[in-house]
Write a protein that binds this ligand. Structure first.
Ligand code: PMP
Length: 422
């Protein structure tokens, strides 16, 4: 049974009423991108129809309205994250750009040869490669927190890696590939104890529960709008004021300056200093609408619904013969990864066959190649859920997987029969 408070949620998502390959759409790829409710689509459309103008510069009313919408969205972001003030929330293109901003700006200014950056084996490439780039440029070194076979980070190993050489710890709050919820609060406290800063990649968390950057004591926090029921191409970097103030601009251009002469340029105060050029105004408006929408649903309710559905999906997938779930952490959120081992079926085949039945999942390395290497696989199949996901979605997935597994077993049996006993 779906909780009654959630009834009517699915109807708010126009795309969930569409079909794929003639079948009703079963969307189980919310960890890649969530779908957008009508309120968000409407807010973006209203912006384009009624309020579009460049922000921050116009003396005319339309520009002022656009500016107001843009800054109201920032205030909503600050509320969502419990930032001390909106100016600590910088708009970016997404999590990737947010992490690149910190690595390039803070990293190039602060890292010296021999300094250490700690990442985890669970990181998305966007929380690995920017650090590799800055490590190469500065002579800093990267250290990696390992995990156990359940996909949980080894905190003893983490503590052993921490030292006065550690300058930055960058970890995700939830793994996009396995769904593990990492103990970021504890990890941040340990980082601070050795004088390091901590960046949290919150891409897979913000849509699934409450976030409080002050309670976490995160120095930086990054997320993307398109995983929070908002548009693509918009995201956020939260940073503590004194850190953002100390950082050089990431990009130069319009809006981020105070005065420009050929001799010397001075920069605008936060957050403009870190938002060069005309931003993605409609994306910001859409993100603001998405935050308003998810808050009206209630993040506690979202979390409860998703946890119940995750348990149900785990139980049901465990019943599929030959299916092995990857990542069985005690604390998980909204993601299940698996491989078909007996008989082996390539994850790409699984994904393609599910697609023919209108079922959208993700297959591949999920931008986590080091994690795949650690698990000894090249890819997994991944189903991920959101607030609109239902038991019926899970049932469709499991029924289809049972058929796929049965067909593979039949093929395996008939090839044994053809070849004959050894
Ligand atoms: N980190 C994590 C944990 C993610 O899941 C993703 C998106 N898959 C990213 C970072 C990158 O986000 P984006 O592509 O929106 O920049």
């Amino acid at each position: 049974q779906e909780p009654s408070a959630l009834s009517g949620i699915r109807d708010q998502f126009p795309i969930l009423q569409t079909r794929a390959h003639g079948r009703p759409l079963v969307y189980l790829d919310s960890a890649a991108s969530t779908q957008q409710p009508q309120t968000v689509i409407q807010a973006v459309s209203d912006y384009h129809r009624l309020h579009h103008a460049n922000i921050h510069r116009g003396v005319y009313q339309l520009s002022q309205t656009a500016t107001q919408l843009y800054e109201e969205a920032r205030a909503r972001v600050a509320r969502l994250l419990n930032a001390a003030e909106p100016a600590e929330c910088v708009f970016t293109r997404g999590t990737t750009e947010s992490i690149n901003l910190v690595a390039a700006s803070w990293g190039r200014q602060n890292l010296r040869p021999g300094d250490e950056i700690i990442l985890s084996v669970l990181e998305h490439h966007s929380n690995i490669v920017p650090w590799q780039l800055v490590a190469e440029a500065t002579g800093a070194l990267i250290r990696v927190v390992p995990m156990n076979d359940a996909g949980e980070l080894d905190l003893d190993a983490y503590r052993a890696l921490l030292s006065p050489k550690t300058r930055m710890v960058a970890v995700n709050q939830v793994s996009n590939a396995l769904g593990t919820i990492n103990p970021v609060r504890e990890m941040i406290a340990a980082a601070h104890a050795v004088g390091a800063l901590a960046l949290v990649d919150g891409a897979q968390w913000v849509a699934h529960g409450r976030t409080d950057v002050q309670a976490l004591d995160a120095d930086f926090y990054a997320f993307s709008g398109h995983k929070l029921y908002g548009p693509t191409g918009i995201g956020v970097l939260y940073g503590k004021r004194h850190l953002l103030e100390g950082m050089p601009p990431y990009q130069g251009g319009g809006d981020m300056i105070e005065h420009v002469t050929f001799a010397k340029t001075t920069y605008a105060p936060l957050p403009s200093k870190l938002e060069a050029g005309t931003p993605n105004i409609s994306g910001v408006v859409g993100l603001g609408a998405a935050i308003g929408w998810i808050e009206s649903v209630g993040l506690d309710l979202v979390g409860a619904h998703e946890q119940a559905l995750l348990s149900y999906a785990t139980e049901r997938l465990e019943q599929v013969p030959g299916l092995e779930i990857k990542g069985m952490a005690r604390e998980k959120s909204s993601v299940i990864s698996w491989v078909m081992v007996d008989p082996p079926i390539a994850t790409l085949d699984v994904g393609t066959q599910l697609d023919l039945q209108g079922i959208c999942i993700r297959t591949g390395h999920h931008c986590c190649e080091p994690l795949m290497d650690r698990m000894g696989v090249s890819s997994t199949a991944r189903a991920s859920i959101g607030i609109y996901s239902s038991r019926e979605d899970v049932d469709h997935l499991v029924d289809a997987l049972l058929e796929i597994a049965e067909a593979a077993r039949k093929r395996a049996r008939s090839s044994v029969a053809r070849i004959g006993p050894a």
